[in-house]
Structure formats: structure tokens, C-alpha cells
Design a binder for this molecule. Sequence first.
Ligand code: AMP
Length: 304
Amino acid sequence: MAVLVVGSIALDSLETPFGKRDDVPGGSATFFSTAASFFAPVQLVGVVGEDFPQEHVDFLKSRGVDLAGLTRAPGKTFRWKGRYGFDLNEAHTLDTQLNVFGEFRPELPASFRNPDLLFLGNIHPELQGLVLDQVEKRPRLVAMDTMNFWIAGSREALLKTLARVDMLFVNDAEARQLAGEHNVIKAARAIQAMGPARVVIKRGEYGVMLFDGEHVFAAPAWPLEEVFDPTGAGDSFAGGFMGYVSQRGDLSLRTLRQACVAGTAIASFCVEKFSLDRFRELDQQQIAARLAAFKALTHFDEIA
Ligand code: AMP
């Protein structure tokens, strides 16, 4: 069963303490769909400009992503420029150019109108809402992501979309900003009251917390010595999470807790190299080995 994603497709320019890259493939839909493709079929809705290199489209195709919802529009591709200091948990946005996203009105092809799971990736919240309007029957799970850019700049539209979804993926600083709460637990509870029964708070190298109704689950991040470029970790986490849920086919707590670990494992690969580079060489054996190592990492026996 397919996961449908709408989100940004970007050319990113990045500076990390380990190097610089210009105009590399990025964007929420790009990272999400690549990560999810390791677990389940993915359908992508998005737009690129005339300048978006065909090789990046071909890469998504090679991952089996269904690109019937990808439009190439006149103009330039969405661009994001970011810098990370020694604290790799915090991205500093230097520039955001919406370009073709300024005019984009997503239109779902007929084959995309009945997704099992829907992920409204980080993009203008009105565009997220437009995609939700076009699905014919309510997907089993509608999840969304967002970021400070939209929380600060398009709050009303964001709250409207948020009220229509089942689950929000958000990082800790953004959860605080959205909820107006310092404490992340209180922030998650406040966000649940805005609509989504489930909230995942992404805490970078400190892991994730899943709030599902009253239930709370926490997973650490995989302890990597070499974090090269954190860009895309959040979207890769969400892709691994939703892809795993799609593969399992149920929304039990057991599955959602496992999905947190599947997302964590995929995100840990993403950050080992710039852009999508680590995903180009990733295979199922490497994923299985990391999942097994993760189980060992977090296991403990009953305490007497
Ligand atoms: P993350 O997974 O949170 O690290 O997201 C990284 C991706 O978000 C980058 O590849 C950017 O292209 C994309 N991005 C940055 N700002 C925005 C924005 N305002 N709207 C949509 N996508 C964005």
C-alpha cells in the first residue's frame, strides 16, 4: 500500500563544519520519499523548475518513487541555503527562495487519490491543505511536518491544516514555538489539543518522543561519531516511520514504536554524508544490521 507525500523539492546550498556544497538535491519530499522507498511504495507530489537536473529525477525513479505527481514548471526550483555551527542540531536558514513553489497548485493524478497513508511534508500549509482536499477517501493516517518558517510566517493557515491531521512530526524548538511552551512534554500536549492525536517530537542527536493519546515512547538517536550533514534527517525519519507503518499495515502502538526506530535508523544513514549521497549506496542488509545493533543498544534486562 502506497504512501503519498507532498513537500518541497529543493536545490540546497549547505555549510557544515565539515564542508560546503552548492545546489545539491534536497527538500522535504525528496528526503522523505527516498527514505520511505526502503520500506514501501511511494507516490510523490511536487514541483521543480526548469533548472532542476534530470539526474536527480532519475535517482528518485531508480528508488521506485512514482513521479506521476511531479510537475516541471517554468522558472527556478525552490532553493534553501543553510548553515550549521558545531551544534549540528540547529540549522540556521540563510536564505529561502520559494521560486516555482510561489505559484504551485498541487493537482493529484487519478492514481494518487486513494493513498493508504498521506504525509504532508514541510511546505506552505495551504498547499498541504490543498492536497488533503483532493484525496477521495480519508487515508488511514494523515501526518504532517512543518518548520519555524511557516510557524512564524503562516500561523493561521498552519493551524487550519493542523486541525485536519492525525499526526504531527516537528522538532523540539518548533514544538515550543508552535505551542508557546518551554517544556517539550507540555508543548506536545498543547499540540495534541490543536488537532493531531499523535505528535512526534524530533530532538536531533537526542532522539525522538512519540505521544499517542496518553501514551509516551522515547527512542535515542543512533550514536554516530561522524555526523556530516544533518540536512534531511527529520524528513528521512518521517519517511522511514511512514514507510515502515505502510509495510506493517496497522497503526498499533507496537507498530508505531517500531516505526520510531525504523525512522531513526534511516535518518542515521542520511546524516553520514551530504545530501542524498548515503542513500545512493544504502542497501537492506545495512539497514537490518543497524536495526539489530539498535536493539542491542537499547536493551536492558528487568531490574530486580
Ligand atoms: P530537515 O529534514 O528538517 O533537515 O529538512 C531539510 C530540508 O528542508 C532541506 O533539504 C530544505 O530544502 C527543506 N526546507 C528548508 N526550508 C523549507 C521551507 N520553508 N519549506 C519547505 N522546505 C524547506
